[in-house]
Design a protein around this ligand. Structure first.
Ligand code: SF4
Length: 497
């Protein structure tokens, strides 16, 4: 997980310092990259006029440089409101002293003295950063050394939260994973005047700048006052042009220019032309790719990225809200409903498969969320399979068996393993519209007939259960028991609460 503030078109410093690494990381890790527009507001709240445009420019540059939406999740921070909500929750328990001690806080207050940064939002931006990272249970945060303090603060927030609320977890496992900083080598990249490349110094070369204009900038680049005369020898290790060679030129060109500089057998103009070519060779494909990107497609990538990110973020947020004692709302259920909807629509295609599919579909239905919330948050639904055939345990440790009728059979038949349960959930598929009906049976409905049925069962035999539909009433029959009217239990989640 990593992000970048939307500062507009990226320059080579941004590229070599972060983006080039990200492009490599996406082949090794499941990556989330976001454009931190809320972070931009912490310093630019008084004049936010460029934030939207800058956001698009950053996205275009990311894609041009090779971030691939097929491999990574790419999104805009403010499109995933879970970041803000978790930030709010964290802000309740993050001590003020921690924030005042963050080294970049004082530094930025001094450096950006033209802006009034004595705001609540600016002081709290490391908390927002913690929520950006912890929301995805990130293992690693690729950062430069100067960001280490933020990752450390994120770890402290996670530790404090975990220790405060771990008693609310059934198994006492940590709620948030403490991420590690992933330091990636970022070579020294000078700007055209020899200082660090930075927009505020006006010494940048754009990542997707026209190669001709980039070459012109390199032509006028500082040599750190070296070789005023053609015949003077120079030291490429003290020259910004030499540094640029080290980043962009081939080993042969580096060796050649270093020797030639030290023996004055090359002029600076020629040396700069060589580095301009190396830079251009490197950036040309990025420049060309950016020209072919269509804005509409980029927005589409960002919108889908946000949807994908929200699905991963939501269970973590719900877990945080749950352990902090908040009641979950209908709105909380939204993302679950959305994620389940396409699956339910596809259910007809799945009719040929086993009844287990229906059971799993039901497990992602919103209404049942409370009972499996804690597992789901950790596993992000990836391991629903683990529930197959086994009763699941609700937060209050009720044993619930969820089972489904064969969708192809003409009547609703279920087979219940002869164990003890506190709630039985019987599912049936409605082949007409692909929806799922669920009967949630409290123990008092089935305990007596199941106890009777168990007596006549052989070892490992399952209890046959049927539901019959008569005049819009649903009648339950447990191995020859009397018919029990369970119509009112259809979709009634009371027993699970
Ligand atoms: S020859 Fe190249 S490395 Fe040497 S001083 Fe001139 S520009 Fe710098």
């Amino acid at each position: 997980m990593s992000g970048m503030r939307p500062t507009g078109k990226l320059h080579l410093g941004n590229y070599m310092g972060a983006l080039a690494n990200w492009v490599k990381l996406q082949d090794q890790y499941e990556c989330y990259f976001f454009i931190a527009d809320w972070h931009a507001l912490t310093t630019d709240y008084a004049d936010p006029s460029r934030i939207k445009l800058n956001t698009l420019d950053v996205a275009l540059d990311w894609l041009a440089a090779g971030l691939d939406p097929e491999k990574s999740t790419i999104f805009i921070q403010s499109h995933v409101p879970q970041h803000a909500e978790l930030h709010l929750l964290f802000s309740m328990m993050t001590p003020l002293g921690w924030l005042e001690r963050v080294p970049t806080y004082k530094e930025m207050l001094e450096n950006l003295s033209s802006k009034d940064l004595t705001t609540y939002g600016f002081l709290g931006y490391p908390v927002l950063m913690a929520s950006d990272i912890l929301l995805y249970q990130a293992n690693f945060v690729p950062v430069g050394q100067d960001q280490q303090a933020h990752v450390e603060l994120t770890r402290e927030v996670a530790r404090r939260f975990n220790s405060m609320y771990k008693s609310k977890m059934l198994d006492g496992r940590p709620i948030f994973r403490e991420p590690d900083a992933l330091f990636t080598p970022s070579p020294k990249l000078p700007g055209t005047d020899g200082r660090k490349m930075s927009k505020s110094y006006g010494n940048t070369i754009g990542l997707t700048e026209d190669p001709k204009s980039a070459a012109k900038k390199i032509e006028g680049m500082s040599t750190n006052g070296q070789r005023p005369r053609h015949t003077d020898i120079g030291d490429p290790d003290r020259c910004p042009v030499g540094d640029l060679h080290k980043v962009f030129s081939s080993a042969e060109v580096i060796a050649e220019t270093q020797t030639a500089c030290r023996s004055a057998s090359i002029g600076c103009v020629e040396c700069k032309a060589m580095v301009a070519k190396s830079v251009s060779d490197h950036l040309h494909p990025i420049y060309e790719r950016r020209r072919t990107l269509r804005e509409d497609d980029v927005w589409e990538i960002l919108y889908s990225g946000a949807e994908k990110a929200a699905k991963v973020a939501e269970p973590t947020l719900l877990l945080a809200k749950d352990v902090m004692g908040l009641a979950l709302t209908r709105r909380d259920m939204g993302p679950f409903r959305q994620s389940a909807a396409p699956a339910v629509r596809n259910v007809k295609e799945m009719m040929g498969s086993t009844t287990i599919s229906i059971r799993n579909l039901w497990l992602v239905k919103p209404e049942t969320r409370d009972c499996y919330l804690k597992e789901a948050a950790r596993e992000n639904f990836a391991t629903e399979e683990r529930f197959l055939g086994e009763p699941l345990l609700t937060v209050s440790k009720k044993r619930v068996l969820v089972t489904a009728a064969d969708p192809l059979a003409s009547e609703l038949r279920f087979e219940i393993p002869a164990k003890s349960y506190e709630v039985l959930v019987l599912l049936r598929l409605n082949p007409r519209d692909g929806s799922i009906s669920d009967f949630i049976l409290p123990q008092k409905v089935f305990s007596q007939p199941i106890a009777t049925a168990k007596k006549s069962l052989k070892k490992d035999e399952k209890i046959p259960v049927k539901i019959r539909e008569e005049n819009s009433r649903f009648l339950l029959n447990i191995q020859g028991s009397e018919l029990i009217d369970i119509t009112d239990l259809l979709g009634n989640y009371e027993p699970l609460k």
